[in-house]
Ligand binder design. Structure first.
Ligand code: CTP
Length: 410
């Protein structure tokens, strides 16, 4: 594996892994953190190690997995040494038992002792059966810990737990947990911003069971929303139909058709568009809709049928023409099947037609569906070609450019 390099000077996270089936996801968490050049020091409780072994974490993190306060291979106080190095202590998954022990201030194993000794933030991602989470004893412990401002909670979320039952107790998704860590490690540079993001496909109904849609998954827009929130912005995410969970700290408005998206955007931005500092229009808005929506399901027949389509409004172009000054900053996307020169040419065309500040252009074969993306940021007088990166990383590059534009304009 081509691992990003981390050094003892890299931002450092102690990853505490306790005894839940969700421990297998801690490997993904470690991997994502390392991709962000974060040094990960794994600490496993005895029960955590029954789910995923220390050798796996040592291999992934390139750092010794620690389990024992009295580790003879370490000279000195291991809990103090780890706590002193950790910019953040992340406990994921956190069982009902470790939460109870944190609430009591126990220090009788390595993870509890180093958490008491931590100098920075402690992020806790609970994972347990929903009845354990809802139990008054667990809720009392959570409330006790909520009085400690250094402790931040990510999840749990509603979803299937280990035995297939569905409820509030599932660990938050690794990406959301990692975003919470990144937010603590990166100075929040979008603190005074309200960023509106659109994401996902729009869907145009034909009849009560059929629709016209597209292949957008919404991942790119959700990454922009997640990273903007992690960097301190107030974020409104206007999402077409998608399976994705709402990123932590993001306010979400669900829409279906292009016309729903348009009216929700106007509602959020207000008549003079003063309701946001930036709009990142990552949604794949359908260009056409059926001229009529049938109230009843259309019946099958032997003859070919014609579906009359009418054009949807170009939402971004409309907002671009309404904007009088330079706010909100407008970012468009252009997904094309063409080769690179044509992609850039089309992006330039959209930039001027829609009067936006820059276009994130990418090829449909790369951008759709996957976790990574390779984009070209096309401005009015420059082009920034970015290498293939995760959608979260690309989201950060887009937000960096948005910040740069505002500071450039004073
Ligand atoms: N867009 C929009 N309203 C539409 C269509 C697109 O606001 N009815 C926005 C998209 O969210 C994206 C940008 O415009 O940010 C470009 O979308 P794209 O589909 O690539 O471009 P179109 O203008 O639809 O042109 P074409 O489909 O012909 O390439």
């Amino acid at each position: 594996m081509n691992q990003p390099v981390t050094t003892p000077h890299s931002p450092t996270v102690v990853l505490g892994v306790t005894g839940s089936i969700a421990a297998f996801k801690s490997i993904e968490i470690a991997r994502l953190l390392i991709q962000h050049h974060i040094r990960v020091l794994p600490v496993l409780t005895q029960s955590g190690a029954r789910f995923v072994g220390p050798v796996t974490f040592t291999g992934i993190c390139g750092e010794a997995s620690r389990m024992d306060m009295w580790d003879p291979s370490f000279s000195g106080e291991l809990h103090v040494a780890l706590a002193s190095q950790a910019d953040v202590v992340l406990v994921a998954p956190a069982t009902a038992d470790i939460i109870a022990r944190f609430a009591q201030g126990r220090a009788d194993d390595l993870l509890t002792a180093l958490t008491l000794c931590a100098r920075g933030h402690v992020i806790v991602a609970p994972a347990m059966h929903p009845r354990m989470w809802a139990h008054p004893a667990t809720q009392r412990n959570v409330q006790t810990l909520q009085r400690d401002a250094r402790i931040e909670w990510v999840g749990p979320v509603v979803g299937p737990v280990a035995n297939g039952e569905i409820g509030l107790g599932r660990m938050a998704e690794p990406q959301n947990i990692v975003s919470a860590v990144l937010a603590r490690l990166r100075p929040p540079d979008l603190n005074d911003w309200h960023i509106v993001v659109t994401a996902g496909p729009t869907v145009e109904d034909i009849d009560p069971v059929r629709f016209l849609g597209n292949r957008s998954t919404g991942r790119m827009g959700f990454s922009v929303a997640r990273r903007a929130a992690a960097r301190g912005a107030r974020v409104t995410l206007i999402a077409g139909p998608t399976e994705l969970t709402t990123p932590a700290g993001v306010q979400r408005r669900d829409v279906r058709s292009a016309s729903d998206m348009r009216s929700t955007l106007h509602d959020v931005l207000g008549p003079s568009l003063g309701g946001a500092d930036a709009l990142v229009m990552a949604a794949a808005v359908g260009d056409y809709r059926p001229a009529h929506i049938h109230n009843e399901k259309m019946k099958r027949g032997a003859q070919p049928i014609q579906l009359e389509l009418v054009a949807n409004p170009d939402i971004l172009a409309e907002l671009g023409s309404m904007r009088t000054g330079s706010s909100p900053l407008l970012v468009g996307f252009a997904v094309e099947t063409a080769d690179e020169p044509t992609l850039i040419e089309h992006a330039r065309g959209k930039l001027s037609k829609k009067r936006v500040d820059f276009i994130v252009a990418n090829s449909a074969s790369i951008g759709f569906g996957g976790e990574s993306n390779e984009a070209i940021l096309v401005g009015s007088d420059d082009i920034e070609r970015l290498p293939r990166m995760t959608k979260d990383e690309l989201a950060d590059r887009i937000l960096d450019r948005v910040i740069g534009l505002r500071s450039g304009r004073g």
